[in-house]
Unconditional design. Structure first.
Length: 369
């Protein structure tokens, strides 16, 4: 596997066209996006193409429910639009596809979303994840012991930045380790084969690594994910954006409504994972259900973006400060411009009118697209 020298990684950032941020076209581990263009029977004005991440729990489960939402499909069809969902390995790939005009919306973690905010002034509508990313090694060790070792990472992801944060807090710099770019699904096997000494990833990968190989989590960091949209789409079609946010809230309500619903959604999720990575999911059904319930627990209280999160002293502000500190964002990039990307009022509007947005009306009989 080709290694990415830290100096080269820094140069990737510096050649970006806007302050300090890049998309995965410059990413050595970038996986080309699924084709969503070409010969398309749906006119461009009617395309509602959303990028999702099956290999990320719980957002992958929520997305599988949204894919089957007949209420969403009917509501969008009345507006002359068709919802379609496309799988990606990581959030920076979703943001790149949105930047290139292949997608109008997607689900990604906070760091790729902040990157897209600075680059493209996207519109962030709701929460899609509140959990952890982990640093994993074959055995317990101090983070300071990673000096001189090989670390697997998904370029531009939440876990990438969690690694940088953890290293910085333990007296290490980017140049003190060897960075090995790879897709998150390959990390447990690479660690087991001795090709890397540690990696950073989001669930379910750390749990798979522990269950299958006995690997250990040596560090955890809070991670937040969002449902977000391109600025042109959100400004031209605000009604479509609200319907998609309503579909996410409806999916969470349906998942909470019964154990059978949750079990069905996990089945859909494991099928999507298999289709994306080309092999069966490594966890048993019981293990998958347990992990899914753990990762989704924090979203049960509603996916409205907390007001405190979009203050400069809150989660998003702290993440932006760290990006400036490590040189991944221009030091003078104004906080107000980042805050403008986050629109918690969308979720508030839907929750204030549940009948209009039918967030308790369930119909998941359609085939996924």
């Amino acid at each position: 596997m080709k290694r990415c020298h830290p100096i080269v990684a820094v140069l990737f950032w510096l050649i970006s066209s806007l302050p300090g941020l890049v998309y995965p076209g410059d990413d050595p581990s970038h996986t080309p996006a699924p084709s969503v263009a070409g010969s398309d029977p749906v006119p461009s004005s009617g395309r509602v193409d959303i990028g999702i991440q099956p290999l990320w729990l719980p957002s992958g489960i929520i997305a599988e429910v949204m894919k089957r939402d007949a209420v969403l499909r009917r509501d969008l069809q009345q507006l002359g639009a068709v919802p379609r969902f496309y799988p990606y390995f990581k959030g920076s790939d979703v943001s790149r596809a949105m930047h290139d005009g292949q997608l109008v919306g997607g689900i990604a973690g906070d760091m790729p979303v902040i990157t897209a905010c600075v680059k493209d002034q996207i519109r962030v509508a709701s929460l899609a994840d509140i959990h952890y990313v982990s640093v994993v090694a074959r055995e317990f060790k101090l983070l300071s012991e990673l000096r001189g070792q090989r670390i697997g990472y998904a370029f531009g992801s939440n876990a990438h930045y969690a690694l940088l944060t953890a290293l910085s807090a333990n007296g290490l710099t980017e140049a003190d380790v060897t960075w090995i770019p790879m897709e998150v699904s390959l990390m447990p096997q690479a660690l087991a084969r001795g090709e890397i000494d540690a990696y950073g990833a989001w669930e379910p990968t750390p749990t798979v690594s522990n269950v299958v190989y006995g690997h250990k989590v040596i560090h955890r960091a809070m991670s937040v994910g969002y449902l977000y949209f391109s600025r042109p789409f959100a400004e031209r079609y605000p009604d479509r954006v609200l319907l998609l946010v309503a579909a996410e809230i409806r999916a969470l309500n349906w998942l909470q409504a019964s154990e059978n619903n949750f079990s069905r959604a996990v089945t859909w999720s494991t099928i999507a994972i298999r289709n994306l990575q080309g092999r069966d999911f490594a966890l048993s059904r019981r293990q998958t259900l347990t992990l899914a319930k753990e990762t989704i627990r924090n979203l049960w209280t509603l996916p409205v973006i907390p007001a405190n999160d979009v203050k400069e002293s809150g989660h998003v502000g702290r993440a932006a400060t760290f990006l400036r500190h490590i040189g991944k964002m221009a030091s003078d990039y104004p906080w107000d411009e980042i805050a403008k990307c986050f629109h918690r009022e969308m979720g508030v509007q839907i929750l204030s009118d549940p009948s209009r947005y039918r967030i308790h009306e369930f119909d998941y009989g359609v085939s996924p697209r």
